[in-house]
Design a protein around this ligand. Structure first.
Ligand SMILES: [Fe+2]
Length: 286
């Protein structure tokens, strides 16, 4: 069946640019076709949508209940001044931490299903977002490694991942709560996740993962690093060079993503709407 929009795959094992539609105006059949494309490509990019905030939230809600409606991912404070890395700004440290490959909310009891992300103001240099396809990464593993990782799990923690870049925020501060540190107790997740809609297996790794039970700390660290290094390689990676008005939606159940550095003397304002994971399929072990 021909789709009521155009889908142009990007040069990677996943991901597609979708044009010829307005996201706020999708009727039922168009929505179902779009959802099918999302499950197939895992990352859909919609150039030049310029969504209003309520339109972005409404679009995300079609995919399921939200973990949160709208969060700014930005180096601009509400008063318009720029955050400065050298001043030890907690938000900047999270932006820096997010340059490591990760999936969202894997350190919480229920990891996220996906996210809608849009660009309002973009810097002229850098600030691309990368995604990596953990389905094709799993498929590309040799049989022995597949058999090994099938049996393993790892703890996930934001304290761990931010601690690795030297970020230990003060307890009880607004940032501590807002950035997700409060209530962060290590949760255990399998290294291989089965997608609840497609049945495809993927590697569930990333910067929040640490300490595989049954392995010595060094062996665990080494295996997790080797898996990331192998997984986040062409043809399994795509980096998007944003233009204002672009919107993407990604499937957090089978992709990792990363921020990339940008000129922080320039303004960058992005908006993130996070779709909640299903407690049946996205809950941590135990
Ligand atoms: Fe993220």
């Amino acid at each position: 069946m021909t789709k009521p929009f155009d889908v142009l795959p990007v040069d990677a094992s996943f991901g597609a640019v979708v044009t010829g539609l307005r996201l706020p105006e999708l009727d039922g059949p168009a929505w179902r076709a779009l959802h099918d494309s999302w499950l197939e490509y895992a990352l859909l990019i919609f150039p030049g949508q310029f969504l209003e905030k309520d339109e972005q939230i409404a679009f995300a809600r079609r995919f399921g209940p939200l973990e949160f409606e709208m969060g700014a991912v930005s180096n601009v404070r509400e008063d318009g001044t720029l955050r400065v890395e050298e001043e030890g700004d907690d938000v900047v440290k999270i932006l820096k931490g997010n340059e490591g490959w990760h999936a969202d909310s894997t350190f919480k009891p229920i990891q996220a299903k996906g996210a809608v992300f849009s660009a309002e103001v973009v810097p002229t240099v850098g600030g691309h977002t990368g995604w990596a396809d953990m389905r094709s990464a799993y498929d590309a593993l040799d049989a022995a490694t597949k058999a090994k990782v099938e049996t393993l799990s790892a703890y996930h923690s934001l304290h761990y991942s931010q601690g690795r870049i030297g970020h230990v925020p003060k307890k009880g501060t607004d940032d501590y709560r807002r950035l997700g540190f409060e209530g962060d107790e290590d949760v255990l997740r399998p290294l291989v996740k089965v997608h609840p809609d497609t049945g495809r297996k993927s590697l569930l790794i990333g910067r929040h993962a640490h300490d595989i039970p049954g392995l010595a700390p060094e062996a665990s660290q080494q295996l997790l690093q080797e898996l990331i290094d192998f997984a986040a390689q062409p043809p399994r990676v795509y980096h998007h060079d944003w233009r204002a008005g672009d919107v993407v939606i990604w499937d957090n159940r089978c992709l990792l993503h990363q921020a990339t550095p940008f000129d922080m003397t320039q303004r960058r304002i992005m908006w993130h709407t996070r779709i909640a994971g299903d407690p049946v399929s996205e809950a941590a072990l135990g």
